[in-house]
Design a protein around this ligand. Structure first.
Ligand SMILES: [Zn+2]
Length: 137
C-alpha cells in the first residue's frame, strides 16, 4: 500500500468530505479553507503530477473541475474562482499526487495565499460540501 495520503483518501482509509466522485476522479473539501468552498479534485489512480496523466484522466479532471466549479459558484456566489495546480516542492506542494484546487475568491482577497490558513471545524466542511453537492448538475 502506498504511503500517499491522497491514495489513502481515495481508498477510504482517511476520511474526507466528498463533494463529487466518478470513475476517474474524487473531489473533496480541502481541510485548509482559504474561503468556504475550497475543493480539491484528485485523480483516483496515483499519478504524481500533470505530466503523468493519460488523456482519459486529463479529460476527467477537466470535466469534474468544471462541474464542481459551477456548483461552488451556485452555492457561495464568489466574485471569482481560482483554478490551479502546482507541481513539486518549490511550488509549495507537500502531497505528490495530482490534484486541482478550486478556490472561491472575493474582492480584497489579494492574490497571495497564506498558509496555513484558517481551518474550520469538520462540521462546517460537511455544511459547505452539502451546499456544493446540492448545486451539482
Ligand atoms: Zn497517490
Amino acid at each position: 500500500m502506498s504511503d500517499c495520503v491522497f491514495c489513502k483518501i481515495v481508498a477510504g482509509q482517511i476520511p474526507s468530505t466528498k463533494v463529487f466522485e466518478d470513475e476517474h476522479t474524487l473531489a473533496f473539501m480541502d481541510l485548509g479553507q482559504v474561503n468556504p468552498g475550497h475543493v480539491l479534485v484528485a485523480v483516483k489512480k496515483h499519478a504524481e503530477n500533470l505530466y503523468a496523466l493519460d488523456d482519459v484522466q486529463a479529460a476527467a479532471v477537466a470535466k469534474a473541475s468544471t462541474r464542481v466549479a459551477c456548483a461552488i459558484r451556485e452555492a457561495f456566489k464568489p466574485e471569482g474562482l481560482s483554478v490551479y495546480q502546482a507541481n513539486g516542492r518549490a511550488a509549495g506542494q507537500t502531497v505528490f499526487h495530482y490534484h486541482v484546487h478550486l478556490l472561491p475568491r472575493h474582492a480584497g482577497d489579494g492574490m497571495a495565499l497564506t498558509w496555513p490558513v484558517k481551518n474550520p471545524p469538520r462540521e462546517r466542511l460537511e455544511e459547505y460540501a452539502g451546499k456544493i453537492r446540492a448545486g451539482l448538475r
